[in-house]
Design a protein around this ligand. Structure first.
Ligand SMILES: N[C@@H](CCC(=O)N[C@@H](CS)C(=O)NCC(=O)O)C(=O)O
Length: 219
């Protein structure tokens, strides 16, 4: 039975799931839903996820939502390569890294990226610049601690959790509107954040990465 993934092009949460499947080398079928046609609010989708959000994974009769729950499910089902480490210390560090990312970096990243993508800047410049300052400090912290991988010497759930958001920040920074809130200051990314840029490149040369790249970003 082929695993089915429901996502939206460019959803960082959905991207996590696709990266995990590619790292595991598991075949899957991807359903790209559209916000414009309210696909996530249609009765057949709400029957699977009453929250009307992506990602969602369907494995035969088993349906699961919430990106990191899906990553953990896949890790238990397909243990190699392990995404949560090979011992208690590695697991602790990986979960710590994800928790820190989701608590401090992702919220600042989301608010600034969404403001740029969906043109929600006018009237909110001051608060968005404050979010941008917080994001900038958090990216400095992330840069300082990033090695070849977020934790240890192999790709893990920590990389999978954070990469789609870092990449989305970078894409938003390249938009004209980014300068209205100071987001363009993360550029040039490879000069400002050389370790993070090298880490992104490491993920982007991974086998299967191209299958995960948001289709509409190629347009
Ligand atoms: N905590 C959820 C967040 C999922 C989420 O916010 N997904 C967004 C896409 S990036 C969504 O489905 N938005 C559609 C909507 O709110 O209508 C996860 O980790 O999967």
């Amino acid at each position: 039975m082929t695993i089915e993934v429901y996502t939206m092009s460019g959803s960082p949460f959905g991207w996590r799931v696709q990266l995990a499947l590619e790292v595991k080398g598991v075949d899957y079928e991807c359903h790209i839903l559209q916000r414009s046609t309210r696909d996530m609010k249609k009765p057949e989708y709400l029957a699977m996820n009453p929250r009307g959000k992506v990602p969602l994974l369907k494995d035969g009769g088993f349906i699961i939502t919430e990106s990191m729950a899906i990553v953990e499910y896949l890790d238990r089902k397909y243990p190699e390569p392990p995404l949560y480490g090979r011992n208690a210390e590695e697991t602790g560090r990986i979960v710590e890294s994800i928790s820190e990312f989701d608590s401090y970096i992702m919220p600042e990243g989301l608010v600034t990226v969404l403001a740029v993508y969906f043109d929600r800047i006018a009237g909110h410049e001051k608060e968005l610049r404050e979010h941008m300052q917080n994001l900038s400090k958090e990216l400095d912290t992330l840069e300082a601690k990033t090695g070849d991988w977020m934790v240890g010497d192999a790709i893990s759930a920590a990389d999978i959790a954070s990469y789609p958001f870092v990449r989305s920040i970078l894409r938003a920074a390249e938009k004209d509107k980014a300068s209205e809130i100071g987001l363009e200051q993360v550029l040039p990314f490879d000069k400002k954040y050389p370790k993070l840029a090298a880490w992104c490149a490491r993920i982007e040369t991974m086998s299967g990465y191209e299958n995960t790249y948001p289709p509409h970003w190629r347009d």
